[in-house]
Design a binder for this molecule. Structure first.
Ligand SMILES: NC(=O)c1ccc[n+]([C@@H]2O[C@H](COP(=O)([O-])OP(=O)(O)OC[C@H]3O[C@@H](n4cnc5c(N)ncnc54)[C@H](OP(=O)(O)O)[C@@H]3O)[C@@H](O)[C@H]2O)c1
Length: 328
């Protein structure tokens, strides 16, 4: 019997998109088996098109590479994976896909935070799923964890949510100059296309906003979150902190009891949970009415690491689509 194809459109073939593309190709049979176990159906997930802005840079993709998102979405797409980043045209493309009955997976915290719940509502209105685990803390399954803590209130979240600034601060604390640390972060694919999004704290703010939405059901606005980046910190301040056995980290904090939200550099004492979260790692502490204190740590950036969360969402989206279709 011919297997049903699940058609996937991939937007972006950069740091994360390349990893997602490769992991999907290399693990096809594993995914088919996982989907079969979860749904009882055998399907054939296939990437039918990849959106890029410069075809010359992606010649290895052959005929499936395109610069035309409209034509890509006109094909019979089941799932859209959005990895171009930025607010526009990513928001418009996700809106179009969700409104057309296509399930969407994205890692785009900026577009998700800025839409302030509109993308989630469009997905609900059109009975499709919208997944964005990779948008917060890369490989750490923090959004799934927050969603599962429904038995009671989450009272506080505190974390290092931006791997690139953590990498930069760790390097500078070890005597590397700020310019060199920035270049190293960029060379390793840790920095956003617009580095000010990382160093000025916007990236961490988007992520804290998404965590707050999942914990409370309400997005804070930009003005509700105090935001201070790392560029005001001098190498001397970082060195002095080191001499006092402290470490500067860009800390994202949401206190749901007081309603106070902030992103700012904090010199942590050596007994703080986040003190040892170094390099590009992310760490998150959260406090829950029934579960007590929980601590998560893992890779917050990088192609394969972020792709691991994207692909987890993709397989969920495929399974939900199959189960939904069985009941239609
Ligand atoms: N990098 C990480 O470690 C990381 C971690 C967590 C989340 N994320 C998120 O993942 C997403 C992707 O990040 P990335 O680091 O992979 O970005 P990236 O390396 O800059 O790649 C972006 C890709 O999208 C394509 N693109 C961008 N704008 C486009 C447009 N208007 N039309 C067509 N193609 C376009 C680019 O095409 P060309 O190659 O032709 O220029 C490139 O292939 C972002 O939302 C980011 O916030 C990244």
């Amino acid at each position: 019997m011919k297997q049903r194809t699940i058609s996937i459109a991939l937007l972006g073939h950069g740091t994360v998109g390349r990893s997602v593309y490769r992991i999907i190709q290399e693990n096809h049979d594993r995914f088919v088996e996982n989907i079969r176990q979860r749904t009882g159906q055998t399907v054939d997930p296939q990437i039918i098109g990849v959106l890029v802005s410069d075809l010359k840079k992606h010649s290895e993709l052959g005929a499936i590479a395109t610069t035309d998102p409209t034509r890509l979405l006109e094909q019979d797409v089941d799932i859209l994976i959005e990895l171009i980043g930025g607010q526009s045209p990513a928001t418009e493309l996700m809106t179009k896909a969700l409104s057309s009955g296509i399930d969407v997976v994205s890692a785009n915290k900026q577009a998700i935070f800025s839409s302030q719940g509109k993308l989630e509502k469009i997905a609900r209105d059109h009975h499709v799923s919208f997944h964005y685990e990779a948008a917060v803390a890369g490989a750490i399954p923090i959004l799934r964890s927050v969603k599962s803590l429904v038995s009671g209130r989450i009272t506080k979240i505190e974390g290092i949510l931006n791997g690139s600034t953590n990498y930069i601060l760790t390097q500078v604390a070890q005597g590397v100059s700020l310019d060199k640390a920035l270049q190293q972060a960029s060379d390793r694919g840790f920095l956003e296309a617009d580095p000010s999004s990382d160093v000025d704290g916007f990236d961490a703010m988007y992520k804290l906003g998404i965590l707050t939405y999942l914990a409370t059901g309400r997005y804070p606005g930009e003005d509700d979150i105090e935001r201070v980046g790392i560029t005001g910190l001098s190498p001397d301040e970082i060195e002095q902190a080191g001499l006092a056995d402290k470490k500067y980290k860009l800390i994202a904090s949401a206190d749901f009891e007081t309603g106070r939200y902030s992103i700012k550099p904090v010199a942590l004492e050596s007994d703080h949970d986040l003190y040892r979260v170094d390099g590009a790692l992310n760490g998150i502490s959260l406090w829950h009415e029934h579960a007590g204190g929980l601590f998560f740590q893992g890779a917050g950036a990088g192609g394969d690491e972020t792709a691991s969360a994207v692909v987890g969402d993709l397989i969920d989206a495929i399974c939900l689509r199959i189960l939904r279709c069985q009941h239609d």
